[in-house]
Design a protein around this ligand. Sequence first.
Ligand code: ATP
Ligand code: MG
Length: 153
Amino acid sequence: SPVNMDVFMDKTLKLLEAEASRKVIELKMDLEAGLYMEADEDRLRQIVMNLLSNGINYTPEGGRVTVKMEGINEDHIRIRISDTGIGIPKKDLPRIFERFYRVDKARSRSSGGTGLGLSIVKHLIELHKGTISVTSEVGRGTTFIIELPVLQQ
Ligand code: ATP
Ligand code: MG
């Protein structure tokens, strides 16, 4: 059955509110209402949770993670997750979706990740026939944009 996207996104963001406030990171959301999508809710949740927890993990205290969701050309939904965090060097950007790839093992060791999150995200988005892109600037922040078709054929 179709997922009511703003309700779903609101529920999903709430799961990370405590973690964000513990790190003193502002979680801002801008969700268009009335969007529906044919999708597996658990998979969708995994996509959003992975991107959001990266945003929180790789953003220093006092920063901000912003989520914007909107409908585009009737049949696609765009979700933009951006942060004011440490950013990703240009040379690493093409590799971050590879399994086990982490930008700086020493720096990120404390966050205890495995480097699998984004490879799973990419796989799940491809299962939904969607796309993901990323832009980033070291010391300024990172933006992930995903676009998903509302119907699966
Ligand atoms: P896991 O998600 O498996 O717990 P992880 O977060 O290290 O571990 P990915 O989510 O796949 O793995 O991310 C890969 C790498 O890309 C991270 O180690 C980090 O270096 C970089 N990265 C991902 N998202 C961001 C972000 N929002 N800001 C800065 N760097 C990021
Ligand atoms: Mg991760």
